[in-house]
Design a protein around this ligand. Structure first.
Ligand SMILES: [Zn+2]
Length: 235
């Protein structure tokens, strides 16, 4: 284009430096135009979505404990990695806690119940459309390992979300053949949004407990949950 202008217009010699400058500007402008033309969803799959993360336990309530490892710490670390992925994906993320605390600023009545009600209030007031509660499993045998996702029995959307997350955990972690399972959970039952509860692994299995405290493994779990959320929202 610049060459055509050059030959057709015959600029005075002192203005010739303008030609490469104009050509460069045109190239830059075209590049700029192209990137702006891409639909926002291509770059940010979760743009405009409000997603809640509920790291289980915290503060006075450690959750499961095995050999110095506490559920409340493991699930917080994974939740913080998940928040990072979701935010990078364009989502607005609401957390019921982002540090080691319970939700008992106002102390009255049975602790656990109040803590859960306050978590519920946070996600409801923030207009969360999709909620993921993060926990670890622990049983009396060291035999079992692997992640398991639960949904509230009778909630069809929650079942689809749980299945999508379980699929991705199975694919990314390669340590379980489990399918998403129904059950009865306060946060999922009482909240108005689609939700799933992820038991990321068993603290009662020494090998898995070790893995669950390693940042690289925590990131892997968060990444799988993130992919599951995208899969649910885009299918
Ligand atoms: Zn728990």
């Amino acid at each position: 284009m610049a060459i055509v202008v050059f030959t057709a217009v015959k600029l005075p010699a002192r203005y010739l430096w303008l030609l490469p400058a104009v050509a460069l500007l045109m190239i830059l402008y075209r590049g700029y135009g192209h990137s702006r033309a891409l639909p926002a969803q291509v770059l940010l799959p979760l743009s405009g979505r409000v997603i809640g993360i509920d790291p289980g336990h915290g503060g006075y309530d450690p959750g499961a404990k095995r050999g110095g490892v506490q559920e409340k710490d493991v699930v917080l670390e994974i939740s913080l990695f998940l928040r990072e992925y979701l935010q990078q994906g364009g989502a607005w993320v609401v957390m019921t806690r982002d540090r080691d605390t319970d939700l008992l600023e106002i102390m009255a009545g049975p602790k656990k119940r109040l803590d859960m009600q306050n978590r519920l209030q946070i996600v409801e007031e923030a207009g969360v459309e999709l909620l993921v509660s993060i926990h670890t499993n622990s049983i009396n045998s060291s035999r079992w390992r692997g992640a398991q996702v639960f949904y509230q029995e009778g909630h069809e959307e929650g079942k689809l979300l749980a299945a999508a997350i379980q699929d991705e955990l199975r694919r990314v972690l390669k340590n379980t053949d489990r399918l998403a399972k129904g059950g009865n959970f306060f946060m999922l039952r009482e909240s108005s949004m689609t939700g799933a509860l992820v038991e990321v692994g068993f603290l009662s299995n020494p090998d898995e407990a070790r893995l669950l405290t390693a940042p690289e493994y925590q990131k892997k779990i968060a990444w799988a949950i993130y992919l599951g959320i995208i899969k649910y929202l885009t299918s």
